[in-house]
Write a new protein. Sequence first.
Length: 155
Amino acid sequence: MSSAFTKEQDDDNPREDLPDRTVSPHRNLVTPEGLEQIERELTRLHKEIDKATAAADNHALAVALRDLRYWTSRRASAEVVHPIADHAHVRFGHRVVVELDDGERRSFRLVGEDEGDPAKGLIPYVAPLAQGLMGKSVGDGAEVIHHSAKIVEIS
């Protein structure tokens, strides 16, 4: 009999095959706050799994399990970088204030990839902007959002 005529799954219980979330090839550097964020996400996902299981919601369960695999992997590979007291040069975890040519000031903090939130000024350390600031000192120039800028503060 042709496999085209066989029933592969029960339509009342659809199988959810979601591809895993892509894990970055870069080192998983995280701030202490980033590690806390991962822990909160793991706790939330365990609750989501329990909720989806109780509701027999296969799609929600598949999403939560996929995300749990991702965050478990990120937790296992996390390298916590504690604040570096030396602010002579821009490093991971530092907040950098730059002044654009027009006098506008922008503030960025260089954080782990999963912590990044550009709207809040949190820039992943692997982003081109972060790479352009890394290792520079107060007074150095940098390219920031297609503008020339000068570093005015590192904290």
